[in-house]
Design a protein around this ligand. Structure first.
Ligand SMILES: [Zn+2]
Length: 239
């Protein structure tokens, strides 16, 4: 293979590798984010349920206060029985007592209901807190593993950068700028294989004439359809 072409094949391989690191790093971060999202969601659920518990407790407290008021009221009513003057007043007092007793019964039922809510929500809260603790320790483990993976990827990327810059220094300036120009629009496919008489950049078949030119040339050859630099497929040569 032409020496310049050989360099460009290598260079393009390095460029492709370098670009390939970003998605690999992103995959690592995405993995962590999935777990962080779960932690967030658990945190949200814990907040919500804590507020619901507080709300039920404050309602229970109101009922307690109400019960004390009602007890006072019943005491007053009882005291009034001693001083009723006639049946009409006695009946009115009776009615007042009945209403107050109904209110007591209602408040007691509410307290039982609210206590039930608090109990069940508190046990749900405990479960969520346990879940969160487990999840947080998993996340911590994962974070350590992931930052190690990312570090390794960055080291590998540095190696490729270094190899690339060493190679770039050796490449003829004109050849390099020719490659860069194609790379500007072709990206990672500036240098591609030519296999089965087709360019692996644009997937168009070369005419027989162009193909025989390609086979004999010692120069850098570009695809007549797209302009990418093409080289003989190594696997095809081996066949
Ligand atoms: Zn092409």
């Amino acid at each position: 293979m032409n020496k310049h072409l050989e360099q460009l094949v290598k260079l393009s391989k390095f460029d492709k590798e370098i670009v390939g690191f970003d998605p690999q790093i992103k995959t690592q971060n995405d993995k962590l984010n999935v777990f962080l999202k779960t932690v967030d969601e658990l945190g949200g659920k814990i907040n919500k349920i804590s507020l619901e518990i507080e709300d039920a407790k404050s309602k229970r407290m109101k009922n307690d206060i109400h019960l004390k008021d009602l007890a006072e009221k019943l005491k007053e009513i009882n005291a009034k029985y001693d001083i009723v003057k006639n049946e009409k007043e006695a009946k009115a007092l009776q009615l007042e007592e009945e209403i107050a007793k109904e209110q007591v019964a209602f408040a007691n039922n509410e307290i039982v209901r609210l206590d039930g809510i608090v109990t069940s929500k508190e046990s749900a809260l405990d479960e969520l807190k346990n879940e969160l603790a487990t999840e947080e320790s998993d996340v911590e483990e994962l974070r350590i593993a992931i930052s190690k993976n990312i570090e390794e990827l960055e080291v590998k990327r540095e190696v490729v950068y270094k190899e690339k810059s060493e190679l770039v220094e050796k490449i003829d300036g004109k050849i390099l700028s020719f490659y860069e120009k194609i790379k500007r629009w072709a990206g990672n496919t500036a240098v591609v294989e030519l296999k089965n008489q087709a360019c692996y950049g644009c997937h168009m078949k070369l005419t027989n004439r162009a193909y025989s030119d390609f086979l004999v040339t010692e120069e850098i050859f570009t695809c007549p359809h797209c302009g990418r630099i093409v080289y003989k497929s190594l696997t095809e040569v081996a066949e």
